[in-house]
Design a protein around this ligand. Structure first.
Ligand code: CDP
Length: 206
């Protein structure tokens, strides 16, 4: 079974993806980490985030088993990721790697922005997870504060709005709800309620 989860920044799709994968015994790929890793590689090697050729080379070198969560998770890498993610060449370089991950015999859970629309259009279940920008900023701010990041709520909200705007309006694989995806608005749900709702959707579809 392939479960495709898409949605805007900090909608909870990563946490849901992890929990759904554990529940159904499937592997999970947080595809945002791929774009974060490409941005990280550019920054590390002193290249600007506008360097499309450099970003494509970094994307081609990526290894899904070598994604170091910790150094990629902060707010600056999220912002940087959404810049390199707009390059068509970067997206093209990452398609096969994501499809290969999904092609394992038992299936997989992938979360991102274009999983149901571009990467796995034939996924068995598609979820589009969202929440209000304010609620997403509140959650992300709590998460970052817990990691010792001094960023303010207002900065997190501004970052989320800027990224939503960039992700929705880019020509290459913009953030869209697939026509056959089920919308899960978690604004008024805690993570347990969102997980139960997601399991009900998956069980009904599978
Ligand atoms: O965790 P959060 O939702 O904040 O971000 P993420 O999923 O790690 O994604 C970071 C950025 O990568 C997004 O803002 C997108 O621009 C980009 N991305 C994408 O374009 N396509 C994906 N499948 C996943 C992420």
């Amino acid at each position: 079974m392939i479960i495709a989860i898409d949605g805007p920044a900090a909608s909870g799709k990563g946490t849901l993806g992890k929990r759904l994968a554990a529940h159904y015994g499937l592997a999970h790929l947080d595809t945002g980490l791929l774009y974060r890793a490409v941005a990280y590689e550019l920054v590390q090697t002193g290249k600007p985030l506008t360097d499309e050729a450099g970003a494509v080379i970094a994307a081609r070198k990526l290894d899904v088993d070598q994604l170091d969560d910790e150094k990629l998770r902060g707010a600056p890498m999220g912002e940087a990721a959404s810049k390199v993610a707009a390059f068509p060449g970067v997206r093209a370089a990452l398609v096969q790697l994501q499809r290969a991950f999904a092609a394992r015999p038992e299936g997989a859970v992938l979360d991102g922005r274009d999983i149901g629309t571009v990467i796995c259009p034939d996924a068995d279940v598609k979820l589009f997870v969202t929440a209000s920008a304010e609620e997403r900023a509140r959650r992300r701010h709590t998460e970052l504060a817990g990691r010792g990041d001094p960023i303010s709520y207002d900065e997190v909200l501004a970052d989320i709005r800027a990224r939503d705007d960039r992700d929705i309006n880019r020509p290459a694989s913009p953030l869209r709800q697939a026509g056959d995806a089920t919308l899960l608005d978690t604004t008024k749900m805690d993570i347990d309620a969102a997980f139960r709702a997601a399991v009900a959707i998956v069980d009904a579809a599978a």
